[in-house]
Design a protein around this ligand. Structure first.
Ligand SMILES: Cc1ncc(COP(=O)(O)O)c(C=O)c1O
Length: 405
């Protein structure tokens, strides 16, 4: 079979593949613990459900405008004013099938073949493949000091004549690192100076801990006119626990939004009107579920970090936000893919290999599930890896006895 060069350059999403693997193992009756997931387990806000039910009852579920229904655009405008202190017009907004599609159509609208897109490493698994889908070149930028916090100099060294855009995701998937105000200010100024697009993937911006406040990139922009190349991405998936609703958005200059709308119009049309109504319900409704989720995640983070610290060989970096932690397990095994497979085989705990995010030797562990999953999952991992842990482990009523050292 002959496939296109682009198709051949793209891998399956490792995180989606892992969800499928968990579902298959569970169907077989295996007592799997999924620490690889990327979605909160809480219920979506009642206002979202009611808005969708009302729309469903009306039976008026037709094609939506390619850039989103007016009510959702208004809700996004209000959100932008609340969190960024910025008043934008409906023509500055597009609603898409998740933040993923908003990012994808933004890249399709700005990239020519061979142009480069830079992003900090470790990075969200989809960025390299999204750039490749646009025939662009992904350029991961590790922090020179080996931390999860890059500095402007790290980017300056890699920007060249082919660089078209920088993507910043803070707090970051997979590390949970939230970049400093100073770094965001630097990168906004730098992109303006170099005339680069700056894509702020703010999907986790409210899920932050230890009293931190979301950072507003517009605060540091000198150019707030229609020639601004700042693109802000967000969505309802993470903060409202509405991953399956597939609603995200982008805010950018009108010309770019028009180009993105044209692309999306031919690609999928506007997202389902039913799900857009649900997003309006979430954005305009009672907001307590977001804070409840944030508090739960902060507590889960504390539990996971304290358990991980009890391993002799794991280097732990407490996350500032999100629901992931990225821990260095290279003391036990250098290949994160091998280690992840080993943990599934031995103790049925699913983790995502760090190599998928650009860093070998690490595992991404999610704490978006229940406390029981976190404590039991980490206990099983400890049993499988740490020779100092007890010789026996119970998984349900199955007793496992260590037969390796
Ligand atoms: C950094 C980042 N950006 C974007 C997305 C996509 O979110 P959505 O569900 O809105 O497409 C994800 C989802 O995992 C993510 O981690």
């Amino acid at each position: 079979m002959s496939l296109s060069q682009v198709a051949r350059s793209i891998k399956a999403s490792p995180t989606l593949a892992l969800n499928e693997k968990a579902a298959i193992l569970r169907q077989k009756g295996d007592p799997v613990i999924h620490l690889g997931g990327g979605e909160p387990k809480s219920k979506p806000p009642m206002d979202a459900i009611l808005a969708a039910v009302n729309n469903l009852n009306s039976g008026e579920i037709r094609y939506a405008p390619a850039d989103g229904i007016p009510a959702l655009k208004q809700a996004i405008i209000r959100y932008t004013e609340e969190f960024y202190g910025r008043k934008v017009a409906p023509e500055n907004v597009i609603a898409s099938g998740g933040a993923k599609q908003a990012l994808m159509v933004a890249l399709q609208a700005i990239l020519n073949p061979q142009e480069e897109v830079l992003f900090p490493s470790p990075y969200w698994v989809s960025y390299p493949d999204m750039v490749k889908l646009c025939q662009g070149i992904p350029v991961p930028v590790p922090a020179e000091d080996g931390s999860f916090y890059p500095r402007l100099q790290d980017f300056e060294q890699r920007v060249g004549s082919y660089t078209k855009a920088i993507i910043i995701n803070s707090p970051n998937n997979p590390s949970g690192a939230m970049y400093s105000e100073e770094f965001i200010a630097d990168i906004v100024e730098y992109c303006e100076k170099k005339d680069l697009y700056l894509i702020m993937d703010d999907i986790y911006h409210r899920l932050i801990f230890d009293g931190r406040k979301p950072i507003n990139c517009y605060k540091y922009a000198k150019n707030l006119t229609e020639s601004s190349k700042l693109i802000v991405i967000n969505g309802v998936s993470k903060q409202y626990a509405m991953t399956g609703f597939r609603i995200g958005w982008a805010v950018a200059n009108k010309k770019l939004i028009e180009a993105m709308t044209n692309i999306q119009g031919h690609q999928t049309s506007g997202p389902s009107v039913l799900l857009q109504k649900a997003a309006v319900g979430a954005l305009n409704g009672i907001q307590s579920s977001v804070e409840n989720l944030r508090v739960t995640l902060e507590n889960n983070r504390n539990v996971m970090i304290s358990r991980l610290k009890s391993f002799d060989g794991v280097k732990v970096y407490p996350p500032d936000g999100t629901f992931y932690t990225f821990a260095d397990f290279s003391y036990y095994e250098k290949s994160s893919t091998k280690l992840s497979s080993y943990l599934i085989d031995k103790v049925q705990v699913l983790t995502v290999p760090g190599v998928e995010f650009g860093m070998e030797g690490f595992l991404r562990l999610s704490y978006c599930g229940g406390i029981k999953d976190i404590t039991e999952g980490i206990e099983r991992m400890k049993w499988a890896l740490d020779p100092n842990s007890p010789n026996e482990l119970y998984i349900g009523d199955r007793k496992l006895v260590r037969d390796w050292s």
